[in-house]
Design a protein around this ligand. Structure first.
Ligand code: ZN
Length: 342
């Protein structure tokens, strides 16, 4: 469906009062939003593949979204979770989170959050701080979208897979399919396939990635946000999904990223968000390890809402709504009530 049509339909929901009725049903519920990037509209895209920007919101839209949250929700932080039961409120609670740790979060989202007095939660990929390396998931997308050749052959566990890159649509579909396959593999297999993909697309090795999209924030920037009351947490050291790792590797990445955050910020790190975060990307094994290491809450990417009374039993299983570039205006209003399933 075209974006203008979605907006028109969502606007009619709004006029009919459907969105506000749905929102009313979320009183005593915590709505958690996931963002990845915020970039001024004139710095977005720049003739590149729009697909790379699908999870990036413009600063203008982000500002409007935060105004909406201030007006119709009660923005809170994870530190408020324990005090929520028994409170008398007439609005749903909302928590604003960011995954991965991009510098654009600091440059463009942080000032808007401060202006509105909203606490942002930033989950950092700690080995990427200050760098412009690609997360493995993004490297797969990047190389498949930008490869010079019109076809690729890769091997997963010795099995050849042939990828057609003859059109933009095919490249997008191929990047989704390849990521999906790799997300189920072990770290070793993913690294092998990445190496093969790098060898097949050497023309991309020296390309400079656009800073606004791919630069990770520095520890200095993270410290400033922490001083200003933002919450910073772990998103692992290298963005391998926990299901890509064996138990020892999970322990290592969680322990190390927590230590890095605590050393750099001189404060306890007690919150985590699962890379990819869907049901198949973590298990009870991982929840147990998080608990042992002293984490208090972990955020998934399972779409849904968190009634206040469920927070104590589901502390490593908090549901979130992902906000993409396409959820503008009334569509955003509808999506975050669950009226519109994206
Ligand atoms: Zn991530």
């Amino acid at each position: 469906m075209k974006n203008w049509l979605k907006n028109k339909i969502a606007r009619s929901y709004e006029l009919l009062g459907k969105i506000s009725r749905q929102r009313q049903a979320l009183v005593n519920t915590v709505v958690v939003l996931t963002y990845h990037g915020v970039i001024p509209s004139d710095m977005m895209y720049n003739g590149r593949h729009f697909f790379e920007y699908r999870n990036v919101v413009t600063t203008e839209e982000f500002d409007r979204q935060m105004t909406h949250l201030k007006n119709y929700y009660t923005p809170i932080s994870v530190n408020d979770f324990q005090n929520l039961p028994g409170q008398n409120t007439d609005k749903p609670y909302v928590v604003v989170t960011f995954d991965d740790g991009f510098e654009n979060n600091y440059l463009y989202a942080f000032p808007i959050l401060k202006k509105h007095g909203i606490t942002g939660h930033f989950f950092l990929t700690t080995n990427f701080m200050g760098s412009r390396k690609l997360l493995w998931t993004e490297e797969v997308t990047y190389r498949v979208l930008h490869a010079r050749s019109s076809a690729l052959t890769l091997h997963i566990n010795g099995e050849p897979i042939h990828i057609s890159l003859s059109s933009e649509k095919r490249r997008e579909a191929a990047s989704i399919a390849l990521r999906k396959q790799l997300k189920l593999q072990s770290r070793r297999v993913i690294e092998e396939v990445l190496e093969e993909l790098r060898k097949a697309t050497p023309e991309l090795n020296s390309v400079e990635l656009p800073r606004t999209r791919y630069q990770f924030m520095s520890w200095e920037q993270a410290r400033e946000m922490h001083r200003e009351g933002m919450v910073l947490g772990s998103h692992t050291t290298d963005h391998f999904l926990l299901n890509n790792l064996n138990e020892q590797e999970v322990r290592e990445t969680l322990t190390r990223s927590k230590q890095q955050l605590e050393t750099e910020l001189k404060a306890p790190c007690t919150v985590f968000s699962y890379p990819n975060g869907e049901r198949e990307n973590f298990s009870q094994r991982d929840e147990k390890i998080l608990d042992e290491l002293g984490f208090q809450y972990a955020f998934t990417q399972i779409p849904g809402f968190n009634p206040v009374h469920t927070l104590t039993n589901k502390k490593f299983d908090i549901y979130r709504i992902n906000i993409s570039h396409f959820m503008t205006g009334p569509v955003f209003h509808a999506v975050i009530t669950g009226l519109w399933k994206y």
